[in-house]
Design a binder for this molecule. Structure first.
Ligand code: DGJ
Length: 569
């Protein structure tokens, strides 16, 4: 009996020991993935520090309070290998200690970014003792034999040095933050990938490229064939879905095959680091990607990084990585982010180009993609005035967090994002047609003449029948019931709701078909309490809802509106 009791206690303490290390973890809700920290799901309203901004304790002390004033709840902060291990085997965690201590003072979570063997493909954050000893820590080579300042992913010595430092870092963080409530996520390396060529041409890499594709990868492709990324499936199918052969035989002889090869070996490497994290500091792990945008070819961007079209390779070789995360610096924001919200990948971004549009883009990410995070890069350079768009947006999103979390993954939310080229989106939901547009489509704001328009965007949350939260900035939404007679087909109304100038046949009276018509019952500006209840601020009617014709939020501020609809005949 005593023996059994001892076993139960031992088992339970084992459970608690591992539970302690998993206070930060991911859960599923419908189609969404949520990050749980300290027992509660959260949305990351984040910002990533510029590359050199966490390299002095004085800067950390100055920057973090600013991030708090800006309404961030999370800072993405580099952990620099060269400063952590300046002499081989001697570790200095002064900066890490400062980051954790300062983050706690300023109520921030920290995502540490392991700037280890690779940063933007290069090995510039490797310590000098590593970089100089290139015989022991070999470089990747170009096709014509030039060594790059990119450590070779095929070298055991490179892995050993990198992983030793990574292990010490995680052990140290685990001591500082055993429950992972301050450091809930870790990024492994930064924008991994090969430059100049699509693969390493060192002798070891050449040998691996000439060898057969590992059977485990081919079996993975076969097993997941119906769910592969369309580009991966096409590449494999175009070459006959072979189950044996070297890389060229199986995938074809081109740089895209070289990229697949590169992705596979980077992912194998990352998996080994991820496994260390799983036993040392067990939190969600991700890898970030520089995008294959602007018509660039592999090698012109970091080839083989954790990109959407390579997700199957990364999943196969690095199953301990929880998600791949895009860094967003390019035009067509909605197009790019859409590529990373996949059936097998939640949307998470550590880096978005710092811009005035970031506030509305954050709304889009949380509304449309069930995003876990939003995070402009070099955030310390953004203004911290309460009226700055990002601070306003984060203030409203922080309030909305309990409502957003409740509705994630259930198809009850939409995100909006408009500019002067993409002005309108029709959403059909619950038997209504919602016509959502940029605020400047209203014919009375003179700023609409100045292109490009600042972006407008927001979130629509379906609370209940005929009841919505609409929040954001620079949007206007009108409602129609499916089959509603178009008696309201009126054009060119002024701000007062009357025809601007007469005699132009402005009103088209279509015959009424007897179907119900949707009307606006009320629009209230509200605040959201932490328990998700709504606190009335003011009623918006008359001019503010175009005498009951639409719901709108101007471009100058962010609002949360509680909207009720009704039907009449
Ligand atoms: C993406 C990288 O991940 C960042 O560290 C930084 O280099 C930005 N690009 C651009 O400044």
């Amino acid at each position: 009996m005593k023996h059994i009791l001892f076993c139960i206690i031992a088992l339970m303490s084992g459970l608690f020991a591992s539970a302690q290390n998993t206070s930060s973890h991911l859960i599923k809700q419908g189609t969404a993935t949520q990050l749980v920290v300290g027992g509660k799901p959260m949305l990351i309203l984040g910002g990533e520090l510029g590359n050199s901004s966490a390299s002095s304790t004085a800067d950390i002390e100055k920057i973090f309070p600013k991030l708090h004033r800006m309404g961030l709840n999370t800072a993405f902060v580099p952990a620099y290998w060269d400063l952590i291990e300046p002499q081989e085997g001697q570790f200095d965690f002064t900066l890490i200690n400062k980051v954790v201590e300062q983050a706690r003072k300023d109520s921030l979570k920290v995502v540490f970014l392991w700037f280890g063997a690779w940063k933007n493909s290069m090995s510039c954050y490797a310590p000098q003792w590593f970089k100089a000893n290139y015989k022991k820590y070999p470089r990747a080579h170009t096709k014509d034999g030039k060594p790059l300042e990119i450590a070779s992913a095929f070298s055991e010595n490179v892995f050993n040095a990198d992983s030793k430092a990574f292990t010490q870092l995680l052990k140290h963080i685990a001591q500082l933050d055993p429950t992972a409530e301050t450091v809930p996520i870790i990024q492994i390396e930064n924008e991994i990938g090969m430059l100049e060529n699509a693969r390493d041409y060192s002798a070891v890499a050449n040998k691996a490229y000439a060898a057969d594709v590992p059977t485990s990868l081919l079996k993975y492709l076969q097993k997941n064939k119906s769910q592969l990324h369309p580009k991966m499936l096409k590449k494999w199918q175009d070459n006959g879905c072979k189950m044996k052969g070297n890389w060229q035989t199986v995938f074809g002889d081109d740089i895209y095959t070289e990229e697949i090869f590169t992705a596979y070996y980077y992912a194998l490497y990352v998996e080994r680091l991820a496994k260390i994290a799983r036993t040392t500091f067990n939190v969600p792990l991700y890898v970030n990607a520089a995008l294959n945008s602007r018509n660039r070819k592999p090698g012109e961007y970091p080839a083989g990084g954790p990109l959407a079209h390579l997700i199957d390779i990364w999943h196969c070789a690095a199953p301990s990585i929880d998600f791949i995360a895009p860094d967003l610096y390019d035009k067509d924001f909605t197009g790019w982010v859409g590529q990373y919200k996949l059936h097998n990948n939640p949307f998470f971004t550590p880096e978005v180009r710092l811009a005035d549009n970031d506030g509305v883009r954050a709304f889009y990410v949380f509304g449309e993609l069930d995003g876990i995070s939003f995070s402009p890069f070099s955030i310390e350079n953004a203004p911290d005035s309460p009226s700055s768009p990002l601070t306003q947006a984060y203030n409203k999103l922080r309030q909305l967090t309990p409502i957003i979390l409740k509705h994630q993954g259930k198809g009850e939310m939409s995100g909006l994002l408009f500019d002067s080229e993409n002005k309108e989106r029709i959403i059909n939901r619950d038997g209504y047609k919602m016509t959502c547009r940029h605020y400047f489509t209203l014919p009375w704001d003179p700023r609409a003449k100045n292109e490009p328009w600042q972006e407008g965007g927001g979130i629509i949350i379906h609370l209940d029948k005929n009841e919505y939260i609409i929040a954001g900035s620079g949007i206007v939404i009108s409602f129609e019931k499916d089959g509603e007679a178009k008696t309201k087909a009126v054009q060119n109304l002024g701000e007062d709701g009357f025809v601007n100038s007469g005699g132009n046949n402005n009103i088209q009276n279509l015959s009424y078909n007897g179907q119900p018509i949707i009307g606006i019952a009320s629009v209230d500006e509200v605040e959201v309490n932490p328990d998700a209840s709504l606190r009335y601020i003011r009623r918006l009617n008359g001019d503010e809802d175009h005498q009951g014709r639409h719901v709108r939020i101007g471009v100058d501020n962010f609002q949360i509106l509680h909207v009720k609809l009704y039907e009449y005949k």
